[in-house]
Write a protein that binds this ligand. Sequence first.
Ligand code: ATP
Length: 699
Amino acid sequence: MTGSNNQNNVPGNLDQHIAGLGVNGSNNNRQNANNNNNNSNARGGNSNAKPKRYIPPHLRGRAPTTPVDKEAALERTSSWSGNMPARDRSRSSERQTPGAPESSAPGRGDRRGDVGDVRGTRGQGWSGRGDPIARTTTWSGRRDDSLGFGGRSGGGGGRGGPYGIWANGKHVYGQHNQRIEVELYGSPDDPERMHTGINFEKYDNIPVKATGDDVPKPITTFDEADLEPLLLENIKLSGYTVPTPVQKWSISFGTAGRDMMACAQTGSGKTGGFLFPILNELFRTGPAEAPVAEGRGMYRQRKAYPVALILSPTRELTSQIYEEARKFCYRSWVRPCVVYGGADIGSQLRQIERGCDLLVATPGRLVDLIERARISLRNIRYLVLDEADRMLDMGFEPQIRRIVEQEDMPGVQDRYTLMFSATFPRDIQMLASDFLKNYIFLSVGRVGSTSENITQKIEYVEESDKLSVLLDIVSSTETAGLTLVFVETKRMADRLCDNLVTNGIDASAIHGDRTQRERERALDMFRTGRTPVLVATAVAARGLDIPNVSHVINYDLPSDPDEYVHRIGRTGRAGNTGTATSFFNRGNRGIVRQLIDLLQDSNQEIPGWLNVVARESSGYGGRGRGRGGYGGSGGARNSGSRDHRAQFNRGDRDVRHQNGPSSGFSGRGGGARGSGGGFSNGTSSVPPTLENDSAHSWF
Ligand SMILES: Nc1ncnc2c1ncn2[C@@H]1O[C@H](COP(=O)(O)OP(=O)(O)OP(=O)(O)O)[C@@H](O)[C@H]1O
């Protein structure tokens, strides 16, 4: 695809090697990019010619919708989002080009404006997909608030509304509501809905290991799992027919009442992995006892007492988890709620007041609300740290300790704690143990490994050539779907986005310096295909689940291999396939060994030149890590560790053989190295053993 493809197996020392790769690659790439621009291809053209507009595959052939006045919609949005600063008008790509075809999928930003208008007419229901807070406000108008805010029972169920209640020790379901069902679950042909891909069933071939005392057996199917009927119904409405491995195990751990630390590959269903066991138990057991009222008079009821708390590191991921929770809480007594920074706190407070049983939050906003005495954690029975390794690294750990240890949350013995991530460095595992009791460590695939659904390419590209190569790639007709481009700095994200727009590519940018409104809008534009290229910083690296992302490009490679795993994991989700291309040059030598480990581990092709770089870069392995997990001159990948307790030889059991009849192992033998062949076929009779595993240098 690019000139740098020809550079494999170049002999010579590192500098010659790199210099040669850069020069040749750059010329070819420039040439290619220019050719592409002159040809005015699928995604762009030169700046003089009118660019042909790119239409993502899932929107092709659909009738354009009536254009809407987006600026007016944005203004309406301010009715709920408070005093947001004016949008940066320089992001020309995020405004619809006059006369350009409108996406048939209505943008969330536009619908959000409508929702803002609807808010004053509670109880009428709606079917848009706007702001979750505004939406909940509308829904929540049907609750019987006289019952207080402890989160036990709304009045909706009893009056034919969509809300369930808990009454006389029984779960009384709310009524079906077709509009809400369409809004929550979409329709089968909804382009914004994630469809499982051809490799979904192969998740069962991934080796699973659960270690700890008395590990219960996993469930095999949703139907046989003895799930609460309403949860089962909602799972089916969501289009899930078969549980993914992490769900099979976590549901059984939930039933057994065990804490867990679960590590499973990106896009393999970890959100359901923590929501299902929690909701199953909540649906079965009902709400907590009402807390003793605090304060007096009208202020008495203003504090919420959630029973489940899910903490996640970014606003967008928090919002996404909340959307997932809404699907599975439908018609139940459990009211999900969301709070995160950057959004209007007044709306969030009103939402909380109307009922808050399951709270999804970013740590900063939660601390704010605790300080305002609007949330108490004393009723918490379930605590989830999603992206747990991130939540416990240096940036978040003090806030997490404060929330979990220094407020009124029940202690570790009196709550269930669940931690999930695709990566779990050993040092963070050790730290995490402080928050868990007698937990089960679950690993689906190797800890910190990438999904084999992602084809990983490493291209040698000098800094000065990156833009040309990127233009070449995003302009290529081979590239279908949405493309997510990661850069290291916020400034670079803006600059690159502008460069792409100048070159006729419809792009938007997301990073921490943009207002929340701008961030959400950029994400909406991307999700709906109106700007099929999104330039992002690490803020979009973890957890985001956007259908049709077919290509992730590391314009700037991260220095942390775990960050690499999360970034490329935005594609190749739910059994779909995807491609990740990373630009590598001499500035990235610090990650070369870990990168090779990751590529080997998921049976990817390793360019010959990368091995040469690795050999000649020994000594770079320990540099530039963002946290303490990757030290050492050899640069051994710490995240490859399994359960860190194993080193103490405390009798942990390899329980992979309990994986159920439909499972089986990948047949990768002593790991993926050298075995070739993409996703394993599951027919091998040689499951990996502890001995095989320990042959890996990074265990
Ligand atoms: N059992 C299932 N059947 C069908 N689809 C599923 C199932 N479980 C999850 N999915 C879908 O798979 C996609 C990925 O799930 P999810 O976002 O939970 O992955 P994840 O493991 O948390 O990824 P990440 O590590 O990136 O956070 C989602 O679109 C989700 O709806």
